[in-house]
Design a protein around this ligand. Structure first.
Ligand SMILES: Cc1ncc(COP(=O)(O)O)c(C=O)c1O
Length: 363
């Protein structure tokens, strides 16, 4: 039995990242803002919209977006129940209340059908999340937001490379947020970007990210700000990683297709919304019966194959349990879902071994 380990995720680095870090350690570069500016410009160019603001991670990027939106106590923000906890935490950071929407049973995404009934007099914003790199139905969510005069903050942490109607995820949001955590499509170890199409939001987030110091006045703090800056070393890695983005996404999509072709008869894969292309961030699928999920993960684990369960609905956590509405689809997907090895360095033989092992379990 081949039990050589197959990780769920690994970064793909080569000499480019090493060279970029070494060059960044030269004092004149280390002490300048150039690596950050270069990364921000490269990111904006690759993403095709906005002016990127590089920050320490995706969670603080979300916090800055909530602050720029002016959200605070008394405000409600609709977020999907099925997401990483950071999406809801950012709402709480500003004193607002996350309201959890259920998701579609096939795409696993919150759509207008799930969000609409949750709109109240207090609702100020909706946060579409492109779950596992598959596109959220942002066009219908934006239409809903416009009907009710709500802001849209897109959580694109998992969606670098995702497109909706041929356009990059995040393009039409009031603010869009990305993560470069070590398991993301490109990584800087820890890192994030926030973009906004509103010049005043952009300026406010720049001010808040750097301890409230305005660009035109040194040693002066205009507001209570934060140190949410990305490091130069991380930015240097990020610029080198961005040069590989197309290659990574192409490979990740091929990995997703290969799993789907091999396993469509045993697993129900998360589906795409029409007109979208997934980045293939983390290939995720549901087993037929919830009772099979943990045994399957254990079976794979014993054979060296690392997987992880789909997120728990956020109301399951103590800080979000009170008063939350039930979200049965999110519960069912969470109980049945698992994510498979998805990093772009996987070769076809490894994918085939994962698929064959899953088939063996179901035999
Ligand atoms: C959907 C989602 N939102 C936000 C985050 C937070 O990003 P970070 O880990 O960079 O803080 C993550 C990932 O980790 C995520 O998956």
């Amino acid at each position: 039995m081949n039990t050589s380990p197959i990780s769920i995720y690994e970064p793909v680095f080569d000499q480019d990242e090493i060279d970029a870090v070494v060059a960044c350690m030269a004092p004149d570069r280390f002490n300048s803002n150039r690596p950050i500016e270069e990364f921000e410009q490269a990111f904006s160019a690759r993403c095709g919209f906005g002016r990127a603001i590089a920050v320490g991670n995706g969670s603080v990027a979300l916090h800055l977006a909530m602050l720029a939106a002016g959200l605070g106590p008394g405000d409600e923000v609709i977020v999907p129940a099925l997401t990483f906890v950071a999406t809801a935490n950012a709402v709480r950071y500003v004193g607002a209340t996350p309201v959890f929407a259920d998701v579609d049973p096939l795409t696993w995404q919150m759509g207008a059908q799930q969000a609409r009934p949750l709109i109240s007099k207090r609702t100020r914003a909706i946060v579409p999340v492109h779950l596992y790199g598959h596109a959220s139905p942002v066009t219908e969510l934006r239409r809903l937001a416009e009907e009710h005069n709500l802001l849209v903050i897109e959580d694109c942490a998992e969606a670098l490379g995702t497109t909706v109607d041929g356009e990059p995820a995040g393009l039409h949001a009031d603010a869009a947020v990305f993560s470069f955590y070590k398991n993301k499509t490109i990584t800087t170890g820890e890192g994030g970007v926030v973009l906004s199409r509103h010049a005043d939001w952009h300026d406010r987030m720049v001010l808040l990210k750097g301890q409230g110091v305005p660009l035109d006045r040194r040693f002066w703090h205009e507001v209570v700000g934060y140190n949410y800056r990305m490091t130069n070393l991380a930015a240097a890695v990020g610029t080198a990683q961005l040069n590989k983005l197309e290659r990574f996404v192409e490979r990740k999509r091929a990995i997703l297709q290969r799993y789907r072709a091999a396993l469509a008869d045993v697993l129900a894969f998360q589906e795409d919304i029409p007109g979208s292309q997934s980045s293939g961030w983390l290939v995720s699928a549901a087993v037929p019966q919830a009772s099979q999920r943990d045994p399957l993960m254990a079976f794979l684990g014993e054979r060296g194959i690392q997987t992880r369960p789909v997120f728990l609905p956020l109301q399951r956590f103590p800080m979000y349990a009170q008063g939350a509405m039930p979200t049965p689809n999110a519960e069912a997907i969470s109980a049945r879902g698992l994510s498979l090895p998805s990093w772009p360095g996987l070769d076809d033989a490894q994918i085939d071994r994962v698929s064959a092992t899953i088939k063996e379990f179901f035999k």
